[in-house]
Structures are given as C-alpha cells and as structure tokens.
Ligand binder design. Structure first.
Ligand code: BGC
Length: 725
C-alpha cells in the first residue's frame, strides 16, 4: 500500500485526520469519538506544563512553555525544579518593553517568528505570551514583560508577535486577561474599574490580539475583577471575550489561578493549569485529578449539576488548539541558537534602546585613545536569569562590559569599577549565571574609587538601574519605592560632580526616579536586552547605530504624578482605578504643574528629522469614510537614522471628557542623511470613537477633530483640522 493510499484510507476512517476538511468539521468528528473521561482529561494539566491529548485517537500531548522572552528551561514533570537538561539553553530576546520601544511592526513579526522557531525546536505547542497588560504604575513588577501604557501601540505589536509565533505552528497565549496591572497581592487583589476605562484602556490590546492577531489561546489572570477571579470571570470571559468578540479560542488559566469549580465549569475557562501550586514553593504531588476541571467537574456532569454542553464547548476550543498545533502535520521543525536568531535579538535590542537625553551631544562616544570608565553593577550583571516565569537559561549572554570592550578595546582603555553592590545572586529556580559578584568593600569605599577613577576619564558610563531580583523587575511583587535601589542616586550625583561627560545607562523594564537627571550629560534607557545586550548597547553608544527607540510609556518625575498613586490608596485589597481613562499621557493637562520627566513617545537620535507638507485628503468625512493624512519626513543630519512618526487624534469637543490626544497611528522610516520620504496614515471612524458606557457602544461624535503629527506625545510638529459629519 502506498503512503498516499494509507493516509487516504486512514482519513476516511478518521475524518478528523483529513486535512481537506474544515477544522470545524474535524473538531465535530473527533469530539464525537471521545469518551467523557477523555474529554475531561484534555481540559486540565497532566504535568506542570502539559495536558495529555487523546492517546487512543492519536491526539498528541499539548506542551506549553514560558514565554515571553525566550523558551523557558525544562522543569520536572511534577515540580518546578530544573529537569537538568543540558540541551535546553536558548537565545534570550529583549524584554517586551524593549520591543514596544521599537514601535516597529516589522520587528514584532521578526520577534514572533524567531521565538516561535525556538519553541518548535523545543517541541512546544503553546507559547505563554505576549503580555499586554497596561503600564498603570511604574512600580509594577511585571512591566518589563508588557508593552507600555498605550493600548494601540501594545495591540499593534502584539498582533505581529502573535502572527509570527503562529506562522510556525505554535499557539500564542496572550496574557494576563485582564487588569493584572500590579503584582502586589496579585492572587487576592480585587480590581474595580469603570467601563470606559475597561473598554478604552485595558481591553483593546487583548481585543486586537484575539481578533486581528487571531491568538489561538489566551491566559486569564490571577486577580479578581468585581469580586470574581479573572480565571472564571463570567463578564470578562463569557460576555466580552467569547460573546462580544466572538472569539473561538481556548482560555488557559494562569498557573494556580483557578479557585471555584462552579465558576470554572460555567464561566468560560477551558484549560486548567497549575492548581495546587503557589508559585514556586509547596504543592501536593499528583493532584491533577483533583483539579477543578478534573474529577470535581466530571462528578458534577454525571450528577446533572453541570451540562454536557459546557464540557463540549471547552473540548471544542481545546481541540481547535490541537488542530492548529499538535495535529498540524505541516509545522516546521524549528531551530534554536541560530545566528539568525541572535541577529534578530540584536536588531530588536538596538532599535529599542531609547536615548532620553544627550546634552551637548556627548554621545556617541568617540573612543580612539580615550579613557572610558564604566561604573556600576549592571556593567557586568547578567540579566537573563531572574524575574519570575520569564527567567531563561541562555546559550550565551554578552554583558555590557564584554560588548563595550569588544567594541572599544584596543583603541581605548575600558575599565570597570564596581560603584555599588546590588544583587549578587544570579540564580533563579536552579539556573545560575555562574557569576560571582561578591564584594567586601563598603559603599563609601566603592564610591571613593568610582569618583577617583572618573575624575580624569574622557567618558564615565554609569550602567545601573534595577535587576530581576524579587521586589524589582520581577513577577510576584512590586517595587516599594520609585527611587533606584542600592544608593545609586547618591553615587550618580557624586560622579556628576567630577565629570561632565557622564552617561547614565539605566537598565530596567519600567520608569525609575531620576533626581539627578539635570546633572548628567546623557541618559540612555536600555531595558533588558537579552543575549545580545552588550553588543547592542555598544553599537548604540559608539554610534555604529543611531538610537531610534521611543518610550512606550510616560516617564513620571515622581510617583504622585501617576493617577494610580495620586488618586488611589494603591492597595492589595480592593483596588479602584479612580483615574479611569486618564492613564499615562492621557492624563496630560489634567493636573496643573504635572509634567513628565520624559513624555510618552520620546526618544532622541544622533541625527534630526524635519517634518513638512502635512495634509489631509479631505476637510470633512462621513462615519463610513476614511481620511488619509500625509507628510514628508527628512533626515536633516549627517548620519543614518530611523524616525518614529506618531499620529494622535484630538476630539475638540465631546459630550464625555476625553484625553487631549490619543495615539491612532505610527510609522517608522529609516533615512540616510539628506533623504526625504512621504509618510501616510489612514484612519476611519474607529480612530475617532470613544466608549459610551451608558449606551455600551463606541460613539464617534460629529464635530471638529485634529490630526496631530509628532515625534512624541509632547513634540507635535504639525496638525490638520477636519470634521466628522
Ligand atoms: C505566571 C504566568 C506564567 C505561568 C507559568 C505564572 O505564575 O503568572 O505568566 O506563564 O506562571 O509559568
């Protein structure tokens, strides 16, 4: 019998194996063949990261992995401990805040394809990411895993990431749905938010991820919303996600986020993971049969408490996930640690680094015969280990010292001075960086040394910021203060006194207080850049690449400037989002005297860009029309650069209060010196609408609008007026 005849006969016998049929038909066929026990088995975990499939019918196990910056090292079947593999070291891609700072849909796609290929090689079917929770407070321990404060920007990049991952037959699992905007008390906090803020700020990136991005799965979050856990929150999952948005995908619980069988059974959860665990510590062995969606649910169905229809709906959704992944025979095999993946990681990192300040153009560093003093623990600290579930085991990680020495060494003297002691650990869940960062000298001895060495240096590059230890940029806790830890503020101030060529490179996934901002020459925001950290940083500091990233969030001067802290108690109990829709730059102009340290969308280059010829193709549009806005952008400097042009819409008069402006488009253009190009945006009714919570619908009110085009939310280079009929 030929292979073809065999498969044809097989497909005739098992139509669910017949790829010429629609997925819906195949699901129905498979569903009809499954016993109730098999159905129950595929809707909950069988190990830390897998569910069993249907072995009798040839449906493979479904394997999940963190996510979202690289493929997590293998843990034991039943435990969080390392499995001890020697072949699970991978490439660490930059943190998602860095991706957001590129404002590049192209790089979002590259990120997705690259990490998807690594997931495939590691035989994973579901990648637990991307994260699109909105940056509401700079203290949130997981901001580094998210994409900033603007739902449109986060949504657009998430869509590309998801499409990239799924193009290689791995499901994305957009997380954490929703309102998981703080880590403090994440398992108990109960969020209250008004419908305008829910629909305008906290839901749109998820909606884009599951509609435009067609994410095949979604992870519900730990927190409660209106008193009910998000993992079985009827309003969020049944009414909005599956009802209003008609999403056919599978809802996965966050690990240990399921608490109530009755609600898990009926409120839209499809696949239960991690129950019986409390993060990384204690758990009962082999508790899978006791999961809410295991025997308790089965018993309830058999006794007539829950319906067969509830079960079948979950099974259909999980089977759909299988058809896209484990049952897709055409998936590529993938690869890890390829030079293409390192190139992708470096390109994303280089394009995401943000130059916040560059007084007197002290950057780029002109290295020839110069003395360059690097100060700070983050000059050497490897950052791919730590941070919680996104912690990685990498094949290689170039730290800033290696990167800068490789770039400048030989021609310049590059010296590392410790400066301060932060986290000397470098261990997460059994993976270690192998670095020994122990230090016996006191803080004042370290400062004295740094000051002494900095005095006659041509450049002092302080590389500090946060790290991935608990209470900083790390899952499961928030920062307690906005200031930098380990007395870095005082060290930076001392360095600023002795050398005006002081460059501060801040490594963090979120904003930090910079009380010394006006005393230092240059400030570079470098995020967590992954495997290629040092190379990417050296490329930007040396000018091999002009910086082009822009902030995906507003950088507050002080914590009280942030609505979540000014207006709320900021608690781990009932957390009321009193600032409503006025999050980040949307709060501009609302409180007198409040000005960000750096605005949303801000980022400098080593060149300058001129904007001209801004126009709209119509003066008046009807609700079904679209409007095209064009302008010309010119590189007016002497080096090649990339500009991110931002389009904001301003509704000049509206029945309900609205932000002064909202981002509704962005484009990046790469230009050689002197080169000029046209940039255009097309917008429709969506870009003009707000969510009317009384009517429960999006409303575009007739009247006067302005399209503002700028290099940041506070650097508007031109505007055109138009009317909506
Ligand atoms: C995190 C998720 C993660 C999961 C599995 C949870 O603690 O919140 O983001 O995907 O663990 O590791």
């Amino acid at each position: 019998m030929s292979v073809c005849t065999f498969f044809c006969a097989y497909a005739q016998k098992y139509p669910f194996q017949d790829e010429s049929l629609s997925i819906d038909d195949r699901i129905e066929d498979l569903l009809g063949r499954m016993t109730i026990e098999e159905k129950i088995a595929i809707i909950h975990a069988q190990s830390k990261f897998s569910s069993p499939g249907v072995p009798r019918l040839g449906v493979p196990e479904l394997w999940c992995t963190d996510g979202p910056h690289g493929i997590r090292p293998e843990v034991k079947w039943d435990e969080w401990d390392q499995a001890g593999w020697t072949n699970d070291s991978i490439v660490a891609f930059p943190s998602l805040t860095c991706l957001a700072s590129t404002w590049s849909e192209k790089l979002g796609r590259l990120y997705g394809v690259s990490i998807g290929e690594e997931a495939r090689y590691r035989k994973k079917d579901v990648l637990l990411g991307p994260g699109v929770n909105i940056f509401r407070t700079p203290l949130c321990g997981r901001n580094f895993e998210y994409m900033g404060e603007d739902p449109y920007l986060a949504g657009k990049l998430a869509v590309q990431y998801i499409k990239g991952v799924q193009s290689v037959g791995v499901a994305a699992c957009v997380k954490h749905f929703c309102l998981n905007n703080q880590e403090w008390g994440r398992h108990v906090v109960d969020v209250r938010v008004d419908d305008r803020a829910l629909y305008e700020i906290y839901l749109p990136a998820f909606k884009m991820a599951v509609t435009e991005g067609d994410s095949w799965s979604l992870m519900a979050s730990y927190n409660k919303v209106d008193g009910q856990y998000a993992c079985h929150n009827k309003r969020l999952l049944q009414d909005i996600l599956k009802g209003e948005w008609e999403w056919p995908g599978a809802v996965v619980s966050d690990w240990g986020g399921t608490h109530v069988t009755d609600e898990a059974a009926t409120n839209g959860l499809d696949l239960e993971f991690g129950t019986g665990t409390n993060g990384l510590s204690g758990r009962a062995k082999r508790s899978y049969d006791n999961y809410h969606l295991a025997f308790p649910f089965l018993d309830g169905i058999l006794s007539g408490k829950y319906s067969q229809a509830d079960l079948d709906d979950k099974v259909r959704r999980v089977l759909r996930l299988h058809f896209h992944t484990t049952l897709n025979r055409n998936r590529p095999l993938g690869c890890i640690n390829s030079e293409e993946h390192y190139d992708a990681a470096r390109t994303i990192a280089q394009n995401g680094i943000v130059l916040l300040k560059n007084e007197g153009n002290i950057l780029p560093i002109k290295g020839e015969n110069k003395k360059i003093v690097l100060v700070g623990e983050n000059v050497v600290k490897k950052m791919t280990v730590g941070g919680g579930s996104s912690s990685l085991k990498v094949q290689r990680e170039i730290n800033p010292l290696d990167g800068l020495q490789n770039r400048f060494g030989g021609k310049a003297s590059v010296k590392w001075i410790r400066g301060y002691v932060g986290d000397i650990g470098g261990e997460y869940n059994g993976v270690t960086t192998g670095q020994n960062l122990k230090e016996t000298r006191s803080f004042s001895e370290l400062v004295d040394e740094a000051v002494r060495e900095s005095r006659d240096a041509d450049y002092v590059v302080f590389i500090g910021g946060l790290n991935k230890s608990w209470g900083q940029d790390c899952e499961g806790g928030d920062r307690r203060t906005y200031n930098l830890p380990y007395k870095q503020d005082s060290l930076i101030s001392e360095l600023a006194k002795v050398n005006k060529n002081l460059v501060v490179v801040n490594i963090s996934g979120t904003a930090v207080a910079m009380p010394w901002a006006d005393k230092v020459g240059a400030i570079v925001q470098a995020w967590y850049l992954g495997s290629e950290t040092g190379n990417a940083l050296a490329a930007v500091l040396s000018g091999d690449v002009a910086p082009s990233g822009k902030l995906p969030f507003t950088w507050p001067e002080k914590l009280e400037d942030v609505g979540a802290h000014r207006l709320d108690a900021y608690t781990d109990k009932v957390e009321e989002y009193k600032e409503g829709i006025f999050v980040g730059y949307r709060a501009d102009g609302r409180v007198e005297g409040v000005k960000p340290l750096f605005p949303f969308g801000h980022g400098l280059s080593y060149t300058t860009f001129k904007y001209s010829s801004l126009k709209a193709d119509k003066k008046t549009i009807s609700p079904t029309d679209s409007l095209t806005i064009t302008l010309r952008v010119k590189n007016a400097g002497t080096v090649k650069g990339r500009e991110i042009v931002q389009l904001y819409i301003s509704d000049l008069k509206s029945s309900l209060p609205r932000p002064i402006k909202e981002l509704k488009g962005f484009k990046d253009v790469e230009l050689n010196p002197g080169e000029e190009r046209e940039v255009s945006f097309k917008i429709g009714r969506d870009a003009l609408s707000y969510f009317d919570d009384k009517k429960h619908e999006w409303v575009a009110e007739p009247g006067d609008f302005e399209a503002l085009v700028g290099a940041s939310s506070r650097d508007i280079r031109g505007k055109v007026a138009f009317k909506l009929k």
